[in-house]
Design a binder for this molecule. Structure first.
Ligand code: C2E
Ligand code: MG
Ligand code: MG
Length: 281
C-alpha cells in the first residue's frame, strides 16, 4: 500500500543521506591528513592577452592527487574545507606554493603576475590577513607580481570588512580580482567604488554568450562598465576560437581557458611559458 511505500522510500532516502554523510566525513579525514603531510599541490593556468596572444600571467589552482593517480576536483573538497575550518590552512599552503612557483618562474625570466584564490572565511578570520602579508614579504615576491582572487558573492556578502583589506592590497601594488563576476549580486553603488583591479567574467556566461542573447548582453555590459570604471577584465573558460574573437573584438583584455592551456603542474607551466610568446618588456 501507499503508506508502506512512503515509509520505505523515506528509509531509502535516509540511507542515501547517511551514505553521503559518511563519504563527506571520510573526505574530511583524508583532507586533514593531506594537509598534515603536505600532499596538496598547485596547477598553474596561463592568462592570455586576447589581442596579441601573449602570455600575461597565471592563476594558481589547488590540486589533490589520490594514491591511484586520480584527482578530486576542488569544487568537491573546498566546500568541505570551508565548513570544517580547514580552508585557511589550505589557502595559506597554496599561497606558499604559489610564491615558490613565482620565484622559480622569475629565475627563468618569466616575470609575470600569478593569481591565487581566497575566500571570505579567510579574510574574516582575525590574523589571517597579516599572516598572508608576512608570507608574501618573507618570500621576496613583489606585491605587483601577485593577485588575490575572491568570488563576487563572498566579497559582496562581507563587503565592509573585505573591501578594507582589498584596498590595502591595491595600495601595496597587488592585483585584486573579483572571481565569477556576474553570478553574484553586486549593487551598482558597490561596483563603482569596488576596491578591485580586475573583474573575471564567470565562465557560464562565456559558454552561453553565442547562443543566449541575454548572456551576450551581460558580457557586453560588463566589458563596457569595466572600460568606464577602469577595471581590467579576464574572461574565464574560453574554449573556442570564435569566443576568443568575439571577446577580443569587444575589448576584453585577458582570457583564460582550455583553448589556450589547461592548468598545469608548475614545471610544465614553466616549459609552456618558455615556448610561448610574451609581451616585450
Ligand atoms: P575559479 O577560481 O573560478 O577557477 C577557474 C576554474 O575553471 C578552474 O577549475 C579551472 O580549471 C577551470 N577552467 C579553466 N579554463 C576552463 C575552460 O576552458 N573550460 C572549463 N570547463 N573549465 C575551465 P578548478 O581548478 O576545478 O577550480 C574550481 C574552483 O575551486 C575555482 O574556481 C575556485 O573557486 C576554487 N579553488 C581552486 N583552487 C583554490 C584554492 O587554492 N583556494 C580556494 N579557496 N579555492 C580554490
Ligand atoms: Mg579563481
Ligand atoms: Mg571563476
Amino acid at each position: 500500500d501507499t503508506r508502506r511505500h512512503a515509509r520505505e522510500s523515506l528509509l531509502m532516502y535516509d540511507g542515501v543521506q547517511e551514505q553521503q554523510m559518511r563519504e563527506r566525513y571520510q573526505l574530511l579525514l583524508n583532507l586533514r591528513r593531506a594537509l598534515k603531510y603536505d600532499q596538496l599541490s598547485i596547477a598553474l593556468q596561463p592568462k592570455i592577452a586576447l589581442a596579441t596572444g601573449h602570455l600575461a600571467g597565471f592563476e594558481a589552482l589547488v590540486r589533490w592527487q589520490q594514491a591511484d593517480g586520480s584527482y578530486i576536483p576542488p569544487d568537491q573538497f573546498i566546500p568541505v574545507a570551508e565548513s570544517a575550518g580547514l580552508i585557511s590552512e589550505l589557502d595559506l599552503s597554496v599561497l606558499a606554493k604559489t610564491l615558490d612557483a613565482s620565484r622559480q618562474l622569475r629565475q627563468q625570466g618569466i616575470d609575470l603576475p600569478i593569481a591565487f584564490n581566497t575566500c571570505s572565511i579567510d579574510l574574516l578570520r582575525p590574523g589571517y590577513f597579516d599572516e598572508m602579508l608576512t608570507l608574501i614579504r618573507t618570500s621576496g615576491v613583489p606585491f605587483n607580481r601577485l593577485e588575490l582572487e575572491v568570488t563576487e558573492t563572498q566579497a559582496m556578502a562581507e563587503y565592509e570588512v573585505i573591501s578594507k583589506q582589498m584596498r590595502q592590497l591595491l595600495d601595496a601594488g597587488m592585483g585584486v580580482s573579483i572571481d565569477d563576476f556576474g553570478t553574484g549580486y553586486s549593487s551598482l553603488a558597490h561596483i563603482t567604488d569596488l576596491a578591485a583591479s580586475v573583474l573575471k567574467i564567470d565562465r557560464t556566461f562565456i559558454a552561453r554568450m553565442e547562443t543566449s542573447p541575454k548572456a551576450q548582453h551581460l558580457v557586453d555590459m560588463i566589458l563596457r562598465m569595466s572600460a568606464f570604471f577602469g577595471f581590467q577584465v579576464v574572461a574565464e573558460g574560453i574554449e573556442t576560437e570564435s569566443q576568443r574573437q568575439y571577446l577580443a573584438s569587444r575589448g576584453c583584455q585577458l582570457g583564460q581557458g582550455y583553448l589556450f592551456a589547461r592548468p598545469m603542474p608548475p614545471e610544465k607551466a614553466l616549459a609552456w611559458a618558455l615556448g610561448h610568446p610574451r609581451a616585450p618588456d
